[in-house]
Design a protein around this ligand. Structure first.
Ligand code: DLL
Length: 433
């Protein structure tokens, strides 16, 4: 049995899981109260002290933490250990002004990699495997997380990073990669290319671990069929460590949350009220084993459902459904976080009116971002060449802001429907949920 299958933890009784969580939560609350003035202030404002917290039943007494808090406290305001004890920084994919940084001690890195190792083992990985990691490396947590997990499992690890599809496929064939780790949209692209080149019989892949963005069951089937593999979902977010917060097992019906490290709650995103198991709401995490960057009641904005239904794999940790959307307006396009406000900033800076529509679609299994922008009445008399050059200028400015390509179409003044209430800026045609 691979070393990172840990039945004593992953298949522990509910009582045992609760006992770990009670003890670790109390410890973490004391840790942040003593070492992070920002937390202390939040707790004082809510009239709660560490002495009020005896276990998970008291969790609701603690204040929520949001992305705004992380931005307010940027860069070091939530660091809970002396800087000399932290060894790593990772960051979210947001652009300037939206970035969030997370810190890790060596202990935190070990725990994170353990979580990713569990995900690899749940996908059938062992030291017999060649794990091909084409999540991005660097500030993004995907590459480093799965890389570390693969090392822990003892698999032969290929740190490919993203891009250069020809080389990915060449190495996959030459080195006999057996487990592929990347975003589902890149997996779909790789699958399509492999099929087009008729290389299906030359690859040895048996499983894929795909996450970092939403993907549908249809996409799973498509990738599984094209590559002849089992495709497993993996979830995580930079703030809570990165990939491996939860992962799918052989049942492929939701992701087990590593409950010995994270407490999950589902809340009503409007009222903040904690919802009972089985109800759909916003996922909130409390990390209970981290040293450098423990977050308490962090609102992920991801909407999903939790389930404690018995799982055929034997794991007892609670399962979360695939996220069904986000309670804020963040779009994830090609794995990159896109905020409509960023697009608006570019348009307004370039002298366009705030009449625009963002359309996200899935074309050939890849995300496509279209932005329709109304011209000013003056521009309406421009020649076709002038319009084309203005569109190109906007494409470049959006690329600089978002880091990804968006198609831009300038449309006639007043042609985008007005709304009497909140403007509907986003049309997401990706039928993901
Ligand atoms: O995407 C970490 C990760 C890397 C997860 C590799 C899985 C694999 P961030 O860039 O901070 O971190 O983005 C986190 O991505 O709040 C979700 O909205 C979304 N997300 C992550 N995994 C999934 C998934 C990484 N499996 C944000 N399904 C989260 C749907 C996902 N959405």
């Amino acid at each position: 049995m691979p070393n990172y299958y840990q039945p004593e933890i992953e298949c522990a009784s509910q009582e045992q899981i609760r006992a770990w969580q009670d003890e670790r939560l109390v410890k973490t609350v004391h840790h942040v109260y003593e070492h992070v003035p920002y937390y202390r202030n939040l707790m004082v404002q809510k009239g709660v002290t560490p002495e009020d917290i005896h276990g998970v039943d008291d969790l609701h007494k603690l204040p929520f933490l949001t992305k705004d808090d992380l931005r307010d406290a940027y860069p070091y305001g939530l660091l809970a250990v002396p800087k000399r004890d932290a060894v790593r920084i990772q960051s979210t994919s947001g652009t300037t002004g939206r970035r969030v940084v997370a810190f890790y001690t060596q202990h935190d890195l070990d725990l994170w990699e353990d979580c990713c190792a569990r995900a690899i083992v749940a996908a059938g990985g062992s030291n017999e495997d060649v794990v091909h990691v084409c999540y991005g490396y660097g500030l993004f947590t995907g590459g480093p997380g799965l890389n570390g997990g693969s090392h822990k499992v003892g698999s032969l690890t290929l740190p490919m990073s993203s891009g250069n599809t020809d080389r990915q496929i060449q190495f996959m064939v030459d080195l006999g990669s057996t487990i592929l780790c990347c975003t589902p949209s890149y997996a779909a692209y790789l699958a399509e290319t492999i099929c087009e080149r008729g290389l299906q019989n030359q690859i040895k892949l048996k499983a894929g671990i795909f996450g970092a963005e939403a993907w549908s069951e249809e996409m799973r089937q498509d990738i599984q069929n094209k590559l002849g593999i089992k495709a497993y979902d993996i979830y995580g977010l930079t703030e809570i460590s990165g990939p491996g917060v939860s992962f799918e097992c052989s049942e492929q019906t939701g992701m087990h949350i590593n409950e010995d490290h994270f407490i999950a709650e589902i809340i009503d995103p409007q009222t903040g009220e904690v919802l009972p198991e089985g109800e759909k709401g916003e996922l909130v995490f409390t990390s209970i084993t981290k040293e450098a960057f423990p977050l308490i009641r962090y609102r992920t904005r991801d909407i999903c459902v939790l389930s404690r239904k018995k799982c055929s794999c034997g794991r007892t940790h609670v399962k979360m459904s695939k996220p069904m959307g986000r309670s804020d307006d963040m779009l994830i396009v090609k794995g990159v976080n896109v905020f409509p406000s960023q697009i608006e900033t570019v348009l307004l800076n370039k002298g366009y009116p705030a009449n625009y529509q963002i359309v996200v679609s899935r074309v050939n299994n890849s995300d496509q971002l279209d932005v329709q922008v109304e011209m000013t009445p003056e521009m309406f008399s421009d020649t076709v060449t002038e319009v084309a050059s203005k569109e190109k200028e906007l494409v470049d400015a959006l690329k600089a802001m978002l880091g990804i390509y968006a198609n831009v179409k300038l449309v006639a003044p007043k042609s985008i429907a007005r709304s009497e209430g909140k403007a509907v800026r986003i049309i997401d045609n990706r039928k993901l949920y």
